[in-house]
Design a binder for this molecule. Structure first.
Ligand code: ZN
Ligand code: ZN
Ligand code: ZN
Ligand code: ZN
Length: 308
């Protein structure tokens, strides 16, 4: 073994604990990946090289992601993606040889010649992409699953809109309402406790689509506030076709907000942080509630309409 080989080995071992973790999580993801299902069993008969065989060659052995240029290899030919190369301290995770800086141009070229279906094929995307543009497409594919719009708890459920509507109803016990106008009452005792975790979600069914009305309490800088906003269960280009208004008030005062629902592709936190909704200072909210500071009692009236 070359001088310094021992050091390399030590680094590799501590690194491979890290790498093992990555492989496990990546595997979990792959097992449920529709892409996997879509390509398994394509070709591979009579000893011909199969698409799935090439596909496996293009998987980084450490993170299991598909590799993109620059693809690296060790002097023994083991390949590695550039992200993982930066993490393994110049030591091949397969044979523990010093990695150096060798590109695997042959594999990069083979990848370039491949055309693969979008990984969301089973959700209805029928496009085929050159290998290197596939990833970019998938990040924006309109068939990619949505994340659960429920906020306040980590929920990892993803799926299409009908699935998520069922999931919100069955698993999060979210209130569902039909109609494009609403009058919603938010009552909370102990309004002095403005916790980031105080939030509520109601789903409205109108124009055959679903909208999520969020109501929550949080600190905007130092100031405790309440915020109500609407998210559209669909993509941004469709969300733009709708508008909504929210009104809250009492004792001769009124706050009115008019906005465009945000797509649930935008995370709940992103919408909240951009303050794209009706923001009510707590003092005012308590005034609207009757000013006794015993209870928050807000009546939020709203309307959703379709822009022509
Ligand atoms: Zn990798
Ligand atoms: Zn190697
Ligand atoms: Zn697609
Ligand atoms: Zn959920």
């Amino acid at each position: 073994m070359a001088p310094g080989g021992g050091i390399c080995k030590e680094v590799c071992e501590s690194r491979s604990a890290f790498a093992d973790y990555d492989v496990t999580t990546a595997n979990l993801e792959l097992r449920s990946s529709p892409f996997r299902k879509a390509t398994t069993g394509v070709g591979g008969k009579h000893g011909m090289p199969s698409t799935s065989g090439v596909h496996e060659l293009l998987e980084c052995p450490v993170c299991m992601d598909l590799m993109h240029p620059p693809i690296h290899q060790c002097p023994n030919g083991h390949t590695l993606c550039s992200n993982c190369k930066a993490r393994v301290h110049n030591c091949c995770p397969t044979c523990r040889f010093e990695l150096g800086n060798i590109r695997c141009l042959a594999l990069e070229k083979i990848a370039e010649s491949l055309e693969l279906p979008c990984r969301y094929q089973i959700f209805g995307c029928h496009d085929i992409f050159p290998y290197y543009s596939k990833l970019k497409h998938e990040q924006n594919c309109q068939f990619r699953p949505y994340s659960c719009p429920y906020a306040g708890a980590e929920c990892s459920v993803t799926g299409d809109i009908p699935l998520l509507v069922m999931h919100l109803k069955d698993d999060h016990k979210v209130d569902m309402h039909d109609g494009c106008t609403f009058n919603h009452r938010y009552v909370k005792s102990n309004p002095q406790e403005v916790e980031n975790a105080t939030w509520m979600l109601t789903v409205f069914n109108c124009f055959g689509r679903q909208f999520c009305l969020h109501f929550e309490a949080f600190h905007l800088g130092m100031a405790p506030v309440y915020m109500a906003f609407l998210r559209f269960m669909g993509d941004e280009n469709e969300a733009r076709k709708f508008s909504y208004s929210l009104e809250v008030g009492g004792y001769g005062r009124k706050l009115i907000w008019q906005g465009v629902p945000r797509s649930i592709r935008d995370s709940h936190k992103m919408v909240r942080d951009s303050q794209d909704g009706l923001v009510i200072q707590r003092k005012l909210a308590l005034f609207f509630s009757g000013g006794e500071r015993q209870q928050l009692k807000l009546k939020v009236a709203g309307r959703i309409w379709k822009e022509q």
